[in-house]
Each structure stands twice: as C-alpha cells, then as structure tokens.
Write a protein that binds this ligand. Structure first.
Ligand code: 6PG
Length: 515
C-alpha cells in the first residue's frame, strides 16, 4: 500500500523511528486519543505498520496514525507548535535524524529524544537546538517493548516550557500506579488503557537530567540483574537446586519484599525448557553477556564524580568477564578452585536475605550518585519523585521502590538509603545471613562479585575507621602527597620528611609537622 500525502496539521504528535519500541509507543499514544504522525527511513516499514494497525484498532479512542513517506510531509502534518519524538539508535543515528529535521522546524517546536542517549550528548543537542529557537527534551523511556506499548516509566529532562508541551502526552502514556499502595495498575489492552492512578513520569530537571536518571536506572538494573544471577548460581552450585526448584524459590520470593519485575521474569526463565533439546532453557543459553553501554556510562560517571558504586561497576565487569568465554574455558583447565564443598551450610532464606541487602546497597549507590550529580550539574533532582516514577513501568519496578519513596518522604535530604530507619533495621536483621552467603560463595569458589562488593560497601560505609590512614601515610612517604591528622581540624595538611630505610624510626623532633 503506497502512502498518500497526509493532510497538513492533522496530527497531535509525531514519531520518527518505527522499530519495535517506536511502534509500541505510537500505539500507546494513539490508544490515549492522540493522532500520531509516523515516519521511518524505510517507507516499507511505515506501510506495514499502518496496514497492521487500521483505524478500527483504535476504535472510539479518537487516536490514530498519520503516516508519511517523506520527512517534509511528516513535519507538515503536525499541529504547531510541533511535538516530535525520536526513537532511533543512540549516538550517530540520533544526530542524523535531528540534523534532517531541524531545517524543517519552526521556533518553539519541540524535539524529544526517547532513546538511551548519553546525557552529555543530550546537553549538547539541547544547546544546539536552543540556539536555533527549538526546544529539546531528552527523555528516558524504560520498560522494554511491553512498557512502551502499555505504560513505560518516562524520565523527561529539558527546559520547563519544552516539558509543558510534552506533558499531556507523557502523563497519558506513562504507566500508572495505585496512589495508596504504589502498586502498578495492570490490565491495559489495545484500545483500552488503564484509567486513573499516579503516572510514572515527572519533570526530572534541566538539560541532560532525564537521560542521566535513565542511565543510572540502567546501572541499577545491571546490578539488580547480576545479583539475581548470583543468587541463582549460589542456589544451584552451592545448594544443589535445579533451575525448576530455583524458579519456585523465586516465585516465593516474589510474594515478599523482593517482589519485582526482574524476579518474576527470572522465575519464568528458570522454569522454561528448551523446545529443541528439552533441557532447562538456561542450560542452552551461552553464558556470554552483551551490553549496550549504559551500565558502563554509569560507572564511568561515578568514577568522575568520586561516588562509590562498586556493585554497579562489578555488574558491568561481571558481564565483561562472562564475555571472555573462550579464555575462561582455557583457564578452567589450568586454574583449580576448592575440591570439595565447604561444610558451611546456608539456607535458601539466607540467599534471599543476601539478595535483599545487596540490592539495597546497589540502590543506595545509585541514589547517592543522583545526589552527587544533582549538585555537580545543578539539577536539583527530587530523589523521592524519581523513586516514585520507578514504581511502575520500568525494568527495575519493585515493591521495594515504595519503601524508597517513603524513605525520601520521611527525609527528603536523606544522605544514604542505608541510613533510613526502615532499611537500617532490615539490614540489621538480615546481615548475618548475608555474611554467611558471601562466605559460602568464597569457600566453595562460586563467584559472587556483586554480593561481596555490596557487603564491602556496607562494611566500609558503617565503619568509623578505614585503613586509609596507612594509605595516606604511604602516599606521603613516596610522593610527599601530605596527610591530615586525627588531632587537627580537617583541611590542614602535613608532611613528614621520611628518613631513609636505614633509620626507620622517626624521632619526635623529625615528626615536626611541616605544612
Ligand atoms: C529499560 C532497559 C532498556 C534496555 C537497555 C539495557 O529500561 O527499558 O534498560 O533501556 O534493556 O538498553 O540494555 P543492555 O543490557 O543491552 O545494556
């Protein structure tokens, strides 16, 4: 079916990029009564999409599709000020689409990038478009294909006037949670979106704030996924449970504090058998993880800002080491681990507790990074509001998020989630189990990088003293890097003229501190 020229100014909003996420977001917008102009570089994709979704699909919602084969016609079909969502690959493809759109737009139009863009790219694009009088929103869109179709979590950043243009659409399309319980409202169907509830979107902040929040969301997602994988590995290889048995365990966990989308899908995966071989499905999946970079970006940014987010970084490195499949196979023939399981017994509940505490640390790290970034970039992020919009729609949606929301409602300036009285009490109760699981993993040679780094984070954070005293003395010794003293105010720096190794003892007079 060849596309005819669309009527001018007939569409409420446009979307460029009809891959699955784009198509689903279009259908979501149309279900909410918006006339959506659609454009894809390959016109055949647009034609197929329109043929698969005739007007009857949208029934009496008032929404529908306005297809265009030509970018000029697409732009002309939009009501003004124009609202255009781009959902293409992050990086070069996004720039290419923006570059081809800009000459066709007028002052006051808004371009919304819904891809997983690096937040510094978003800052650059917003500035460049701003200089031309155009508005730009960089919005995180989380929830995968299903989320895009029936309600994602949406994290928009940019100028407030840009958000004002996008807000009615984003509020309508976002996932909804129950106002009292914070539970996602399920049950949306094509043409029948959910009614009522609190939308999982809010204005995040200026510039790259929205994409930044999405980036760290993904960092937390990496950690959460890795922690579930470590739980599986320990249950399987230190407790000897089958994938099906672990699936049942996870279904039980999903009834309690660990209730989350990621636990739910892990239980589904572990129950699945391979249709070809009949083996547990996980056993036919090659253990070499892929990644598109958002976890790495989070870790690089955390290093730049000096924020300890070890569990997130470990989750990225765990993917990296998994990807060295051939090398690991060779190493397995050379490097031997423990020859027999240790006598230390751990329960399934202990693994649950270890997962809970480690997960809390990963979230604490991610939210601490938000605090630091907010200060560094001047964004004034509202951490409680961020936790709120993560409660539904996104990949890390979980019952737990309601508790994080409540923690920030109690103390908006909370320094670290671990310090919230509810979470502090939870960890106190569960930490003995957590320690025994990390010990068991170490003794049995089951790698648990995210579990153990989370425990080290907790132990470092709660310790009044750390061995950085020795470290500072080492630095002063070999590089005259100076040190601060426990008996002097912070910010005063001292240096010792270290003697040579034949005179290792410092005389009191030589300790005469020079500043
Ligand atoms: C989401 C996801 C989504 C995607 C990421 C992660 O929130 O919907 O985070 O954005 O799954 O691209 O992908 P990788 O695991 O490939 O890095």
């Amino acid at each position: 079916m060849a596309l005819s020229k669309p009527a001018a100014t007939s569409a409420d909003v446009g979307l460029v990029g009809l891959a699955v996420m784009g198509q689903n977001l279009v259908l979501n917008m149309a279900d909410h009564g918006f006339k959506v102009a659609v454009y894809n570089r390959t016109t055949a994709t647009t034609e197929r999409f329109v043929a698969d979704n005739p007007p009857a699909v949208f029934g009496d919602t008032g929404g529908g599709l306005v297809p265009a084969a030509d970018l000029r016609d697409f732009v002309a079909s939009l009501k003004r000020p124009r609202r255009i969502v781009i959902l293409v690959k992050a990086g070069g493809p996004t720039d290419a689409v923006i570059d081809s759109l800009v000459p066709l737009l007028d002052k006051g139009d808004v371009v919304v990038d819904g891809g997983n863009a690096l937040f510094t790219d978003t800052m650059r694009r917003e500035k460049a478009l701003g200089e031309k009088g155009l508005l730009f929103v960089g919005s995180g869109v989380s929830g995968g294909e299903e989320g895009a179709r029936f309600g994602p979590s949406l994290m928009p950043g940019g100028r407030r006037e840009a958000w004002a243009l996008l807000e009615p659409i984003w509020v309508a399309c976002a996932a909804k949670v129950d106002a009292k319980t914070g539970k996602p409202i399920e049950g949306a169907r094509p043409g029948k979106p959910v009614q009522g509830g609190v939308p999982c979107t809010t204005y995040i902040g200026p510039g790259g704030a929205g994409h930044y929040v999405k980036m760290v969301h993904n960092g937390i997602e990496y950690a959460d996924m890795q922690l579930i994988c470590e739980s599986y590995d320990i249950l399987r290889h230190a407790k000897g449970l089958s994938p099906e048995a672990i699936s049942k365990v996870m279904r039980e966990w999903n009834q309690g504090d660990l209730d989350s989308f990621l636990i739910e899908i892990s239980a589904d995966v572990l129950q699945q058998r391979d249709p070809v071989t009949g083996a547990p499905f996980v056993d036919v999946v090659l253990d070499a993880a892929g990644q598109k970079g958002t976890g790495k970006w989070t870790s690089v940014n955390a290093l730049d800002l000096g924020v300890p987010t070890g569990s997130i970084a470990e989750a990225v490195f765990a993917r990296c080491i998994s990807a060295l499949k051939d090398e690991r196979v060779r190493a397995s023939a050379v490097l031997k681990g423990p020859t027999a399981p240790s006598p230390l017994e751990i329960s399934v509940d202990a693994v649950r507790d270890a997962l809970y505490c480690s997960k809390l640390c990963a979230y604490a790290q991610g939210f601490a990074l938000y605090t630091a970034a907010s200060k560094e970039y001047g964004w004034n992020l509202d951490l409680g509001a961020i936790a709120q919009i993560f409660r539904g729609g996104c990949i890390i949606r979980a019952r737990f998020l309601q508790k994080i929301t409540e923690a920030y409602q109690r103390q908006p300036a909370l320094e670290n989630l671990l310090l919230d009285p509810y979470f502090a009490a939870q960890v106190e109760k569960a930490q003995a189990n957590w320690r025994s699981v990390v010990a068991k993993a170490a003794l049995d040679g089951v790698p648990a990088p995210a579990f153990s780094s989370a425990l080290s984070y907790f132990d470092s954070y709660r310790r009044k003293t750390l061995p950085a005293n020795l470290l500072q003395a080492q630095r002063d010794y070999f590089g005259a890097h100076t040190y601060e003293r426990v008996d002097r105010p912070r910010g005063e720096f001292f240096h010792v003229d270290w003697p040579d190794s034949k005179r290792p003892e410092l005389k009191a007079s030589e300790l005469g501190m020079s500043r």
